[in-house]
Design a binder for this molecule. Structure first.
Ligand code: DP6
Length: 396
């Protein structure tokens, strides 16, 4: 059928979470979200952690509307509006200004529904996956195929890195207009098949200071952050790329831990100081170092963002033993059967001398559960129309 105009159009995409191993902290332009340093992350697999977003446009919609996890939210949020404006601008450019009768009208109001396959309460970074998914779904809706990490960046800085799978660099760029502040894939998710990720979801309170406000105070007050951005990160970025290229876990893990620690040092150097690490985080850090010391080399590496959960990198053959170490260190409450989630974990018996050297002072119940995952692909289009989050009436 050759409809002159489409009455209702809908597109659904999924997008991943990413975890930085060279951290982004600090903006040189808060409106365009331009960072003071480049960063590098690992995209996590969507089987365990993903956002799904449906975007619909119709001539019958009377206003723009947005639902997050089933609850209606303010669509006027400046960062949502920035993403919408930029995708529409790319669509207009693509159409060369002329009116294409078959193309979806850019003047129609839109409805957006977005859901996470993990509890938001778990405090897992959801804004990166959320904005990457919003931009992917909108781009699909309007038939835009351009480079989109620059648009996702306008939603949340770290979101630009969720536009690719595997190992991803966000280049800080030099231009004031941000056109060179983009994400690039360093290596695909297939590059390092043995790499695994354990998210230690801690029994959670909400984070005290959000990233956006926290990093701005750091930029204004921390001389360590300035040194980090100008001197430390450029060197580390080159090193990290080499460790990834060579699949050198020892090098990768050590640098990831050092960079997480330096990020949290800049938080302490911020005035007034910001604290994201807790007693439990420090407990997990010490545990990882005792474990590595016992084995005589780096078998696990931790990293922490602006929240209390620990993310651990390890190679697949280390996972069963280290999971058992975590289980012994943070004995779960009675319903311990759900303690390990995600990819299956084999069982391991802990040698007595390892137990004695590594598992000191157990803290019952401190870790809620462990999510076992691995590097994964970038945003995906969902073809099956039964998976749309909006019905034919455009409502959730
Ligand atoms: C500690 O991307 O959430 O996770 O750009 O203001 O939205 P905004 O900040 P956001 O900051 C993430 C900071 C971090 C480190 C990282 O992911 O690189």
């Amino acid at each position: 059928a050759m409809a002159a105009e489409r009455a209702l159009a809908m597109a659904t995409c999924t997008a991943p979470v990413n975890i930085a191993v060279i951290k982004y902290w600090g903006k040189r332009d808060t409106d365009l979200i331009l960072p003071i340093n480049s960063s590098l992350s690992v995209t996590l697999h969507q089987d365990q952690l993903k956002t799904t977003t449906t975007a619909a446009a119709s001539r019958d919609f009377t206003e723009d509307r947005l639902w997050l996890n089933g609850k209606e939210e303010d669509v006027g949020h400046p960062r949502v509006q920035a993403c919408l404006r930029e995708v529409r601008r790319l669509a207009r450019k693509r159409r060369g200004g002329g009116e294409d009768a078959a193309a979806l009208s850019l003047s129609y109001k839109i409805h957006i529904a977005s859901e996470n396959n993990f509890p938001t309460a778990a405090g897992l970074a959801s804004s990166a996956a959320g904005y990457a998914c919003l931009v992917s779904a909108l781009a699909r809706l309007y038939g835009v195929e351009e480079e989109l990490s620059e648009v996702a960046r306008r939603g949340s800085g770290s979101a630009c890195r969720s536009m690719f799978g595997g190992f991803v660099q966000w280049q800080r760029g030099e231009r004031p207009d941000g056109t060179d502040s983009l994400a690039l894939q360093v290596a695909p998710e297939t590059h390092w098949p043995e790499l695994r990720v354990l998210v230690l979801v801690v029994s959670g309170e909400k984070k005290p200071v959000g990233s956006t406000a926290g990093m701005q105070t750091s930029v204004e007050t921390s001389p360590l952050l300035k040194h980090r951005a100008e001197v430390v990160v450029p060197e580390r970025l080159a090193q990290m790329m080499r460790h990834i290229r060579e699949r050198d876990f020892e090098g990768f893990g050590q640098l990831a831990m050092r960079d997480s620690n330096q990020f949290h040092a800049t938080c302490l150097d911020t005035f007034p100081p910001i604290f994201y690490l807790t007693d439990l985080s420090r407990h997990i850090i010490a545990l990882a170092h005792r474990y590595n010391a016992h084995h005589g080399h780096t078998k696990v590496a931790y990293t922490f963002d602006a929240g209390p959960n620990a993310v651990i990198f390890a190679l697949a053959d280390t996972v069963p033993e280290f999971v058992e170490v975590v289980r012994r260190s943070f004995p779960p409450a009675a319903n311990g059967d759900q303690f390990v989630r995600g990819l299956p974990v084999g069982s391991a018996a802990l040698p007595q001398e390892l137990l004695a050297a590594v598992v000191t002072e157990p803290v019952p119940g401190a870790v809620q559960y462990i999510l076992h995952t691995k590097p994964g692909p970038g945003p995906q289009l969902v073809d099956d129309p039964s998976q749309h989050l909006l019905g034919a009436d455009g409502l959730p």
